[in-house]
Design a protein around this ligand. Structure first.
Ligand code: GLO
Ligand code: MG
Length: 345
């Protein structure tokens, strides 16, 4: 029995198109995804604003809220909660050169409009968390934008959200690059600094994605720990990644089992979830995956997480302390490897 609650986004079950080729699987309706998420054992759904309310730009504020209420009804039908809403600020002609730090004022206003609508949608869906994946916030041409100005724009935009709704929480999902060349807010350290500069730091935290930490050359477990040290890990996007290349969003644990184990162990050790936080996945199926198997990567990620949770529960802290005291880290490392390999000890 897992100690954790799990969440997933509808974009994690997708038709398989990438930058180089068309879809390889069929599209699936939002309701069908909810039904399967509940069957697989998820507790909550993560949303982009336009996952919940398609064609959001063409609707009035009241129409947007009404559509969100309809989606809340669907969640209720399958016993699911909403975890967060993320304004999808990278798919729109207004955000070609960024959202909050776009070079054009009207585009910055559009980004804020979508953020306020995301807050409205979150309220209708019954959640209080806004995730900002800052996809295009940075520079494509290094000389084009002042990083000082851009950082201030981000802080100001978050302040406006905190003012718009006095209890909403904002959670930055850092990523060092892709699709942007140079990001303004690339790691958990950046997130903590931005949080501290806002008008209400207690309401601004981070969403650590394993693959993004690896892309920054960092250990996801340490990024998790760093945010938890400040009570600012509002959610996680667990997945895996083979080295510093394009963002892969692989099934959790399939590339580096020890690194995955340590992410689970840090979460468990520090009571993650005790304030209602979900263990969120952000994983993609392979392009070769068939329609029949299009939820397999989710099932596999959950199974791997839970198997590692069971290992983390068995982790012998007394032995760890003895090894540390004796400076016998070779023994500690081998103990960990044997635990992971299932070798009796
Ligand atoms: C891409 C991000 C993306 C976000 C999602 C929620 O690199 O991980 O999947 O997590 O859009 O904002
Ligand atoms: Mg993510």
């Amino acid at each position: 029995m897992s100690k954790f609650k799990f969440s997933v986004g509808p974009w994690n079950v997708h038709a398989g198109a990438d930058s180089y080729g068309p879809a390889t699987r069929s599209e699936i309706s939002l309701e069908e995804k909810f039904k399967r998420f509940a069957e697989i054992g998820f507790d909550a759904v993560q949303f982009h604003d336009d996952d919940a309310v398609p064609n959001i730009n063409d609707l009035t504020e009241e129409e947007i809220k009404a559509e969100a209420r309809r989606v809340k009804g669907l969640l209720d039908k399958y016993g699911l909660k909403a975890e967060f809403v993320a304004p999808r600020l990278w798919m729109d002609p207004h955000t070609i050169d960024g959202g909050f730090m776009s070079s054009r004022k009207e585009d910055r206003e559009f980004a804020l409009w979508r953020s306020f609508r995301s807050i409205d949608i979150a309220r209708e869906l019954g959640c209080d968390l806004i995730v900002l994946w800052l996809a295009r916030e940075g520079t494509l041409c290094a000389e084009s934008k002042s990083p000082v100005w851009a950082t201030h724009q981000l802080v100001e935009a978050i302040n406006r959200m905190l003012e718009y709704d006095k209890t909403i929480r904002v959670c930055i999902e850092p990523k060092p690059n892709e699709p942007i060349d140079r990001s303004i807010c690339g790691t958990m350290g950046h997130v903590m600094a931005v949080s501290a500069a806002t008008i209400d730091p207690a309401r601004v935290g981070g969403n650590l994605e394993s693959a993004h930490a690896i892309l920054a050359g960092l250990d996801p477990a340490h990024e998790i720990g760093f945010a938890m040290a400040f009570n600012k890990l509002f959610t996680v996007h667990l997945n895996d990644q083979n080295g510093i290349k394009y963002d892969q969003d692989k099934t959790f644990g399939v590339e580096n089992l020890r690194q995955a184990f340590n992410q689970v162990r840090v979460l468990l050790e520090n009571g993650y979830g005790s304030h209602g936080e979900y263990v969120g996945l952000d994983v993609k199926a392979m392009r070769t995956t068939t329609d029949a198997d299009c939820y397999k990567h989710l099932e596999n990620s959950l199974a791997i997480f839970k198997a590692l949770e069971a290992k983390a529960e068995r982790f012998d802290y007394a032995f760890r302390d003895k090894c540390v005291e004796n400076r016998d880290l070779e023994a500690l490392e081998m103990y960990t490897m044997k635990l992971l390999m299932g070798i009796d000890q």
